[in-house]
Design a protein. Structure first.
Length: 528
């Protein structure tokens, strides 16, 4: 280490103990991550992350149990920000959030208010992602941790997502291991080689220029484009790491003229404020308490007019699901109608085991169960089960319901229902979301059926995995003269077209045999 690079600082603890350490604030570059800063400190002082926390921690770290929360490098709750600012000249607020805001603006501000801090986590990777060329100069950027960025903004080379030795992802957190030195994986592999005599000089001289055009486009967003991004809400059920063209999608939303066409778009007028209502509508609205949140819409104590709105929204959602069901029956499932009939009526010959199950019939039956909350697959054609009998926001799985409740709450806060018959904006948004989520469920059930149907097994656990083609972005403008918008990526191929093997390959084999009968529980009970 060269002497001109070395500055010796003295930190006085609360117990009157003076601790010396080497540090130079010139080692820190723009967009540098907190992980990179800690690793530089460890190298300059032959220290471990444990030593760093002992020096700059908020608490008596000897008594502190280092949970995942304490090791976190985004929130950094374990260190004293005032100590870091005073002794290392590092503003913690500038390290993570400000860097992301510089890139995307306050992207998704409504969604951030809806779930504080979680919006940024959805953009950030939980594992270390790095550029070998940058790391060889002792540099790691917070930009490497943003899920939408898959190549280094400075070198345009693919980012490394796992340890080269153990092939496991490296958690983006403090490695609190007293024996672990700088740039270590938990398997003790060292991620970078260095010359101790010149490594710190490389830190000071490392001035990488961003050359990736997409990242530069984000940095050069004008005020109008940043304002549009402040008013977007996106489907956080999809992992942004899966998106190949994620940055282009957000850039297109920020500027409709941006040259990217691989996405669909739908629009709907924003609701008019009360001062633009016709006189008779305004008179009706005077006796009406505006709905400004999801609780008012779903509360059991809501008034009759509010209950009527909820019922109408539920009916609309039911019609959407029913339309998708009819579309599937007429397209993908048109050659599998008897397969579905055989499965749901439990048709087989007396004293024989069940015949082979068609995976398309299996997927359809269990998809419909999940949509309508039907308890048994042999009841999916039972007309007594209707989505209208359920709470609207109980749609699908728990994560779907939570997402829908958040969106409805956000939308009602932004565009309250001022009139009991003026909620078209909410119906439009819900219909679009439910349709997209319903198709995603069916695609997922096709994958489950491919494994379970040949074995004639019920799925032990349904793990819903949303794919990139299920992603969408909604723009709810501040200016009500503009339209609400929804954008979605156009997939290269139809995700429903899976090569599943139906056991009934001919029309004759699909027909019900004369010796077959239904063993559906209700019919068996009636016949007895």
């Amino acid at each position: 280490m060269e002497e001109e690079d070395l500055y010796v600082n003295t930190l006085h603890s609360n117990h009157g103990v003076s601790k010396h350490f080497a540090w130079n604030s010139n080692w820190i570059q723009e967009f540098e991550s907190f992980w990179s800063i800690v690793e530089k400190f460890k190298f300059a002082n032959s220290a471990s992350s444990w030593d760093f926390v002992q020096l700059f921690g908020k608490h008596d770290t000897k008594k502190l149990a280092f949970t995942k929360l304490h090791r976190d490098l985004y929130e950094v709750t374990v260190v004293d920000e005032d100590k870091i600012q005073a002794e290392m000249q590092i503003n913690m607020d500038q390290i993570n959030l400000s860097s992301i805001h510089t890139l995307f603006g306050t992207l998704g501000e409504p969604q951030r208010a809806m779930k504080p801090k979680s919006i940024n986590r959805h953009f950030l990777r939980s594992y270390l992602c790095y550029c070998p060329q940058c790391l060889q100069n002792g540099y790691h950027s917070i930009l490497h941790q943003i899920k939408l960025i898959t190549i280094c903004p400075f070198h345009c080379t693919p980012l490394i997502t796992a340890c080269p030795s153990c092939q496991e992802p490296i958690p983006y957190e403090l490695l609190v291991k007293k024996s672990a030195g700088p740039y270590y994986c938990k398997c003790d592999h060292i991620l970078v080689s260095w010359d101790p005599a010149s490594f710190t000089a490389q830190w000071k001289n490392h001035h990488s220029k961003i050359v990736n055009n997409l990242v530069l486009d984000c940095l050069h967003l004008n005020l109008s484009q940043r304002n549009r991004l402040e008013n977007v809400v996106f489907c956080d059920l999809v992992d942004l790491d899966q998106l190949d063209d994620g940055i282009q999608l957000f850039l297109k939303v920020s500027d409709p003229k941006y040259p990217y066409d691989q996405l669909g778009k739908a629009t709907h007028p924003c609701p008019k404020p009360t001062n633009l209502m016709r006189r008779e509508q305004y008179d009706d609205a005077k006796e009406w308490s505006p709905i400004t949140g999801v609780f008012q819409l779903t509360s059991r104590y809501s008034g009759l007019e509010t209950k009527a709105i909820t019922k109408e929204l539920g009916k609309s959602a039911q019609n959407i699901i029913h339309s998708i069901e009819n579309h599937l029956r007429k397209t993908l499932l048109k050659d599998h109608k008897t397969c579905i009939h055989r499965l749901v009526r439990v048709t087989k010959e007396e004293n024989e085991s069940l015949p082979p199950i068609c995976p398309y019939a299996f997927a359809f039956a269990f998809w419909k169960m999940s949509m309508y909350k039907i308890p048994h697959y042999y009841d999916v054609d039972n007309p007594t089960y209707k989505m209208g009998d359920l709470q609207l926001l109980e749609f699908g799985e728990e994560q779907d319901g939570s997402f829908l409740r958040n969106i409805v709450d956000l939308l009602l806060k932004k565009y309250p229902i001022f009139h009991p018959r003026k909620f078209h904006h909410l119906r439009w948004v819900l219909n679009h979301i439910i349709a997209r989520l319903a198709y995603a469920h069916f695609k997922n059930w096709l994958h489950v059926a491919n494994e379970c149907a040949p074995k004639q097994e019920l799925p032990k656990k349904y793990n819903l995995l949303y794919k990139p083609e299920d992603f969408f972005i909604m723009h709810f403008p501040y200016n009500r003269a503009e339209d609400m918008e929804i954008y979605w990526p156009i997939p290269d191929n139809n995700g429903l077209r899976m090569d599943l093997q139906c056991p009934y390959t001919t029309i004759r084999s699909r027909r019900k045999k004369g010796t077959e009968t239904s063993f559906r529980p209700l019919l068996v009970a009636i016949n007895e």
